[in-house]
Structures are given as structure tokens and as C-alpha cells.
Design a protein around this ligand. Sequence first.
Ligand code: ADP
Ligand code: ADP
Length: 236
Amino acid sequence: MITLQNIEKVYRTSSIETLALNNININIRKGEFVSIMGPSGCGKSTLLNIMGLLDEPSKGNVAIDGQLVKSYRDKELAALRNQKIGLIFQSFHLINDLSVLDNVEIPLLYRSRNGGSASGKSRLDHAKEALEKVGLSNRTKHFPRQLSGGQKQRVAIARAIVGNPEIILADEPTGNLDSVMGNEIMSILQGLNNDGATIIMVTHDESMAKKTDRLIRLFDGTQVGDSVLRAGGAGP
Ligand code: ADP
Ligand code: ADP
């Protein structure tokens, strides 16, 4: 599903060069739930951004479903990203002056502006359906400030899944939550994975990582571990 070959990422600022990723080779299979762990600054977010087609590697190849990402034009790449990938962040990244329902509709608005056909009614239905999946049907008219952290993250998950992406990338989705809410979020992610989504999650929390299928460890930009925790995933 996602193949990374010999990935290197160097950040260059005026005077400093940081080797953020060094010769990374990873193949994520369809339907896998993968966690990525490692100390702060080891390259986890950089790796996730490259997998999410938000950032380009300095060297190496990224392929999605066997197709080299390099071969896409910018516009095709944006469409691919919008269609295939849902993103979840530690700090939720909700828009504070939009209602819960409006926040969840955002990816569909973007899609319809770029040639998609979703009508207002169908966007609304899809957004409601996504909120139902995360158990927030009773909060559609609320605003983010009126929600708990766990509820905000559930809205962010609804926004990530509203377009039915095959891949969900989560950067420390439970990092700002207490363990009860964190476990709730993990259950939702596990449910989405059981329904077929491929999920890649960065986490600092060993107990969350243990609930996934596979644990990749990074240290200082290098992959130092890749262990299968349970059978997961369905194919290449
Ligand atoms: P992690 O997510 O594991 O904390 P990051 O991927 O954010 O690590 O960062 C890896 C390394 O790259 C760090 O040394 C960080 O300071 C550096 N880095 C990340 N993003 C940038 C950037 N945009 N410009 C310069 N250096 C960066
Ligand atoms: P979140 O909490 O929402 O996951 P982060 O705090 O991890 O966000 O990172 C926010 C953004 O800053 C990311 O896009 C990440 O790539 C970027 N970033 C991380 N470290 C650095 C750095 N040292 N220099 C510049 N940008 C960075």
C-alpha cells in the first residue's frame, strides 16, 4: 500500500543541516495498524509527513499502491492525498469558529471544489455519518470550545474519515488526552482498522503501541526496530 525505499530527509536552513531520516525502508501492507515510536526529534513526524505526501524526501522513493509518487504532477498528488489519506494530529487542528458538523465537512468541500460531485445534501449526510461512527451525533451544533479533549479528537477523526480514505495517519492522537480518553480514541481507531483502514500512528505511549499490529522504532533518523505484534493487514 505504502512503500518507502532508501528514504533520506535532510532539512537545510541557512547554516544548519539536519539529517532527519537516514536510509529508511518500510513496506506498509493494506489493512495494517502500524505504530511508530522513538525519542523526541528522531524523525517520527517527518516520516509520517512523507508517508502522507505532505513532504518530499531528499532521496529515495515513495510508492502508493505500487505507483511512484514522483511520477504524479502536483495537482494529481493533491487529489491523491485528498482521496486516499486522512490525517489526525495531537492538537486536533479544528477550526474554532466552525461548528462540529462544519469542521467535519471541510474535506468534502475541498473535494467538490476540485471536480468532485458531492452536493450539499450528500456532504451533510456524509458528515453526520462520520460523526455517528465516532459517537458524536449529539454534538453536531456545538463548537470546539464546548467539547472535551477526547470529544475534539473524535471530531478530528470524523473529519479524517469523512471522505472514506484507505489510509489514516495519526501523529500522537492520544498525546493530549488522559488515559481514559486515550483508550476511547484507540478503540475508535481499532474499529476503523477492523473495517479495513490502514492506520499508521506515531505515539510516545508504549501501552497504545501494544494495541497495534506492528511497531516500528526510530532512533536518530534510523529505523532500529520493526516487530510484528499480531497478524494484521491483508495484502501488499
Ligand atoms: P519527531 O517527530 O520524532 O519529534 P521530527 O520529525 O519532528 O521528529 O524531527 C526530526 C529532526 O528534524 C529534528 O532534529 C527536528 O528538529 C528536525 N526538523 C523537523 N522539521 C524541520 C524543519 N521544518 N526544518 C528544520 N529542521 C526540522
Ligand atoms: P502536532 O502536535 O499537531 O502533531 P507537532 O508539534 O508535532 O504538531 O509539529 C507541528 C509541525 O511542526 C509539524 O508539521 C512538524 O513537521 C513541524 N516541526 C517539528 N519540528 C520542527 C522543527 N524543529 N523545526 C521546524 N518545524 C518543525
